[in-house]
Design a protein around this ligand. Structure first.
Ligand code: CP3
Length: 349
């Protein structure tokens, strides 16, 4: 198997810098659109044969060094008891929004093997199909980012309801976070049991906080998730499963993020990689951090950006090349293929 990705996560020597792309399965690929014409997004997530197919599409099309399970961070919120729908322009909607004690009480901590069995089934098939190719990344939303969707009822601009709950009813927020944290831990343990080889925790919206509020209201929960799944690994698995923690707009928070216990920190493009590495220290690998919009430039310019990031990352314990956030549907596939080749060629040792 191509294990450059797992080696870079662990800070071991690699022949070249591995690369994968956040949201690498998706609408910018014609093959994906073809399947989406036939089924809606949630059906796609819940039909193992189809989820397997779209997970593998970018491996065939791009030559990336890892596969990521096809699913969504909001699937477990549905399993906790909320109604989930995806709309073409509006994105995800969760109803009714969780804003009082009664609605927190109603939420359950699901048994993943029962209500999320389709995810484990997808993982098992994927491990068989990918075995000699690349490792499979599993994932979950981080507790805070999941909470924003559950409290706001969908995507938000200023997260007013979430911050209101935190600052006006901290006890209510803590009780919601307790249920989400337990759900995330169980969900990731089930994914590891089913065969995933690395975990990414997506904390897309955690960058909305001051360092102190991040430390008080986000970090304790992510630390707990990471500690509990690492403890579980050490008794249940023979080989450790690296943990990647991604925060959108992480630049103001790196001194706090560094203490979370993850093996790899995902970095967005608003900060230079060398600066991020200096602040994170040498006990941790990094992942990132090309602006997804940089792929709209001509090839030569893309190459310049790739070179800059690779150069800045030489001081890291390990580096996995990626975008600083998910790839956009308007992206030209040829540019993505070229980017992957550039990363491999320019980083060859
Ligand atoms: O990375 C991958 O290829 C694996 C699959 C994956 C998806 N979503 C598929 C998806 C992963 C890892 C996610 C994570 C996710 N989902 C996040 C965290 C990462 C990030 O991008 O910030 C968040 C915040 C979500 C919630 C979500 N799902 C939103 C806001 C949307 C709507 C926006 C959009 O792009 O349409 C989705 C839908 C979604 N998730 C799509 C895909 C491929 C598009 C659905 C479609 O086919 O129409």
């Amino acid at each position: 198997m191509n294990d450059t990705f797992l080696k870079a996560c662990r800070g071991e020597a690699v022949p070249y810098t591995p690369v994968w792309i956040m949201r690498q399965a998706g609408r910018y690929l014609k093959q994906y659109q073809k399947i989406r014409k036939k089924v809606d997004f949630l059906t796609l997530c819940k039909t193992p044969e189809l989820a397997v197919e779209v997970t593998i599409q970018p491996i065939d099309a791009l030559g990336v060094d890892a596969a990521i399970l096809f699913s969504d961070i909001l699937i477990p919120a549905e399993a906790m008891g909320m109604k989930l729908k995806f709309f073409e322009k509006k994105g995800p909607v969760l109803t009714p929004p969780v804003r009082d004690e009664h609605s927190v009480k109603k939420l359950s901590v699901p048994e993943p093997e029962d209500s999320l069995g389709f995810v484990m089934e997808t993982i098992k098939i994927l491990r068989k199909e990918l075995n000699t190719r690349v490792p499979l990344i599993g994932f979950s939303g981080a507790p805070f980012t999941m909470a924003t969707y559950m409290i706001e009822g969908g995507t938000s601009k200023n997260f007013l309801q979430t911050k209101k709950m935190i600052f006006q009813s901290p006890g209510l927020y803590a009780s919601l976070m307790e249920k989400i944290t337990q759900t995330v831990v169980k969900y990731l343990e089930a994914q590891m049991k089913a065969g995933i080889q690395a975990v990414q925790l997506f904390d897309t919206w955690a960058g909305i906080f001051s360092p102190q509020d991040y430390k008080d209201y986000v970090l304790p929960y992510i630390k707990r998730v990471i500690k509990e799944i690492k403890d579980w690994q050490s008794t249940e698995l023979t080989e450790s499963v690296p943990i990647i923690y991604f925060v959108g707009e992480c630049g103001g928070l790196l001194e706090e993020i560094k203490t979370c216990g993850a093996d790899v920190i995902g970095i967005d493009w608003r900060i230079n990689m060398d600066d991020a590495i200096k602040r994170l220290g040498n006990n941790i690998s990094v992942q990132g951090n090309l602006d997804p919009c940089a792929l709209f430039q001509p090839r030569k310019k893309i190459q310049g950006r790739v070179k800059d990031i690779l150069n800045m990352a030489v001081s890291a314990r390990g580096h996995i090349f990626n975008l600083g956030h998910g790839i956009l549907p308007e992206t030209r596939v040829e540019n993505v293929v070229a980017m992957v080749e550039m990363v491999h060629n320019l980083s060859k040792k």
